[in-house]
Design a protein around this ligand. Structure first.
Ligand SMILES: [Fe+2]
Length: 230
């Protein structure tokens, strides 16, 4: 298969109507799906934000289900397949959050965790270690957005699954360590992280696929495997 036309799962997206700030209406979500389809993306994981300090689990799951239902009802039959996940904000003590496993990606043991952008605390490492000890497998969302050192601290507590945002591989000056992580097999997923009907989101996705070179087939294999379990 031609590497550039490889159909990779979009592992990180905000495409559910009114589930978060990613899409304000069914129309916007349909436009997002259409952009994906035109770029040859046939599988998407919808990952609305879950903020433990703001949302209750019940509210979130209900809103996500209603939103997905509205989208699936309106989407044309040949739209990309959408599975449900969440982008969960890491906070201290998250390991004690009742029902955390129901925020995993579509019934799997994988959770997509984003680190807070403000400060990095040693306690986050302890929390992540405890979450993994409970049998949940952590995938770190958009590792490109954080310092290499902070991601390495996560590696040190056993995290071996990273997700990259496509935009990080589109600039002239690519962060070398991202491509190194991909070569080492640590990157398991690529995401558009699309918000709104951003016409450039899937162009960046295509561009990122090219930038990944030989690592792309490994990422495809790993994200395919997770998606198949959902
Ligand atoms: Fe996101």
């Amino acid at each position: 298969m031609n590497k550039q036309s490889m159909d990779i799962v979009d592992f990180h997206s905000h495409i559910l109507p009114r589930a978060d700030h990613g899409s304000s209406s069914v129309e916007t979500s349909l436009a997002q799906l259409d952009l994906a389809k035109k770029a040859g993306v046939s599988r998407i994981i919808a990952t609305p934000h879950f903020y433990p300090h703001k949302h209750t689990l019940e509210q979130f799951l209900t809103r996500r289900a209603e939103s997905a239902e509205a989208l699936f009802r309106a989407a044309p039959k040949d739209s990309p397949v959408v599975k449900l996940g969440a982008e969960v904000l890491l906070c201290q003590g998250l390991e004690n959050f009742a029902g955390l496993e129901s925020l995993c990606l579509g019934g799997t043991k994988y959770i997509l965790l984003e680190l807070p952008f403000s400060d990095f605390r040693e306690e986050y490492c302890t929390t992540v270690r405890k979450i993994m000890k409970s049998g949940i497998e952590v995938i770190l969302a958009h590792v490109d957005r954080y310092s290499k050192e902070n991601i390495e601290s996560m590696y040190d507590v056993g995290v071996r699954k990273f997700q990259l945002n496509a935009e990080s591989l589109c600039g002239i000056f690519k962060q070398k360590h991202l491509l190194e992580w991909a070569r080492e097999g640590l990157v398991v997923a690529l995401g558009s992280d699309i918000h709104g009907a951003d016409k450039k989101a899937y162009h960046r996705f295509e561009k990122a696929k090219k930038a990944l070179g030989d690592s792309l087939s490994v990422i495809k294999e790993k994200s395919d495997e997770i998606f198949a379990q959902m």
